[in-house]
Every structure is written in structure tokens, then in C-alpha cells.
Design a binder for this molecule. Structure first.
Ligand SMILES: Cc1cc2nc3c(=O)[nH]c(=O)nc-3n(C[C@H](O)[C@H](O)[C@H](O)COP(=O)(O)O)c2cc1C
Length: 197
């Protein structure tokens, strides 16, 4: 089959969604929804191993707090968490002081002082090692993974396909839609939050 030249896009790099969490100055949590998250091999002078990278475009509360605190959590979004995650991704923390009127069950990180989400089956506790400015408003945060908490059933002794089925992560792409890992369509960005109101 012939290949065609196409517009540049990321449709075929589907990304799992994560909720980044941080403490605001008043000690309450803030969460934002992010998909430009992946892993890197990283060293900090003490340890070397799997790290994470987060690309954050435009100035926003999550970026303010990551810069201020130097740490944040990344919590995997599941089908159950999708309405709340969609809400956190479409409401600006800077412009909406009561954004966090809707909350998941918030826990404290076990190693870093970050808020984590009990309903998320996988939570990373991340420490920023480096911030790289990439373009106007676009910054890449390279992070050390200081801890990860996992629902017990997702431990490595369960076969990987079964662990994926149990975790039920949501993926998204340049199409601005949410899909399950099996390709089921779960709505356009901005739609799942309607279930909350
Ligand atoms: C599906 C989805 C994925 C998103 N991924 C990113 C991302 O990777 N990087 C980014 O800068 N913003 C991303 N956003 C936008 C942020 O979630 C949005 O700016 C939100 O307001 C951030 O929360 P905050 O204002 O409390 O910081 C995404 C939004 C949606 C709906």
C-alpha cells in the first residue's frame, strides 16, 4: 500500500493520561490533567535509572507549583477517574479559585511531600532535576522518580496483559478524544466531565 505525505501530528503516539498533583500555598491540593508524559534514563549524581519527563505548555498553576516546590505527583487516569480528570484538564487553576471544589481521595506521598490520588492505581512521586525551555511557553521537566505506589493486584506477578486490563488506563491523541486501550471511544475532551454536574 502506498504511503502519503501527511500533516505533522501525534495521532499515532497515543499517550496515557496522568493527573499531576501539587500543594498550593495554603496547603490544599491542586490537580491538572496531562498527557505529554514519558520516561527517560536519567542520573542525578547519586542514582541512575528510570526517570520521567513532562512537557508543560503555557503558563498555568501546575507549572507555577512545580517550579515553586520542585516536586509533583503523576497519577495514572483510569476509566473511573476520567470525568474528574477531564474536569481538571479543562478548568484553569489560575483563573478558577474554587477549581478544587471537586476532589478525589487525596493522600500524601510516601517519600516526597506531594498529594497523590487514592483512586488512581499508579502514583509516581517526582523530583525535578532539570527544566528545559523548548519554545515560547513550552517547558520540559526532567524528573527523578523518587517513589511509585501501585495497587497490589498490579504487581509484577500478574501477567502484563491482565495488569493492563485491571489498570484500565485512558489514552488520548491529536484527535482530542479519549479512548480505552482496546480502542473504545470515550468522548471528546470536555465531554466526560458532564457526568459530574
Ligand atoms: C486530555 C488533556 C491532556 C492535556 N495534556 C496536557 C499536557 O501534556 N501539557 C500541558 O501543558 N497541558 C495539558 N493539558 C491542559 C491542562 O490540563 C490544563 O491547562 C489545566 O488547566 C491544568 O491545570 P491547572 O490550570 O490547575 O494547572 C491537557 C488537557 C487535556 C484535556
Amino acid at each position: 500500500m502506498a504511503k502519503i505525505t501527511s500533516e505533522i501530528g501525534n495521532d499515532f503516539c497515543p499517550q496515557a493520561l496522568f493527573l499531576y498533583g501539587n500543594w498550593k500555598e495554603d496547603g490544599t491540593p491542586n490537580f491538572g490533567l496531562f498527557c505529554w508524559f514519558s520516561y527517560v534514563h536519567i542520573a542525578d549524581g547519586e542514582d541512575e535509572g528510570l526517570g520521567a519527563m513532562a512537557c508543560i505548555g503555557e503558563e498555568k498553576l501546575t507549572k507555577d507549583l512545580i517550579r515553586k516546590n520542585g516536586v509533583f505527583s503523576a497519577n495514572l487516569v483510569t476509566e473511573k477517574l476520567l470525568p474528574l480528570a477531564d474536569y481538571y484538564g479543562n478548568v484553569s487553576g489560575r483563573e478558577t479559585p474554587d477549581k478544587m471544589k471537586l476532589l478525589p481521595t487525596v493522600e500524601r506521598g510516601r517519600v516526597l511531600d506531594v498529594p497523590t490520588i487514592a483512586e488512581s492505581p499508579v502514583s509516581f512521586e517526582l523530583k525535578v532535576l532539570q527544566e528545559l525551555p523548548l519554545a515560547k511557553g513550552s517547558d520540559l521537566f526532567l524528573c527523578k522518580i523518587c517513589n511509585v505506589t501501585l495497587e497490589e493486584e498490579l504487581r509484577k506477578n500478574t501477567p502484563f496483559p491482565e495488569r493492563l486490563r485491571l489498570a484500565a488506563p485512558i489514552i488520548t491523541s491529536g484527535e482530542q478524544s479519549y479512548n480505552s486501550l482496546t480502542g473504545e471511544y470515550l468522548g471528546k475532551w470536555g465531554e466526560p466531565q458532564r457526568k459530574l454536574f
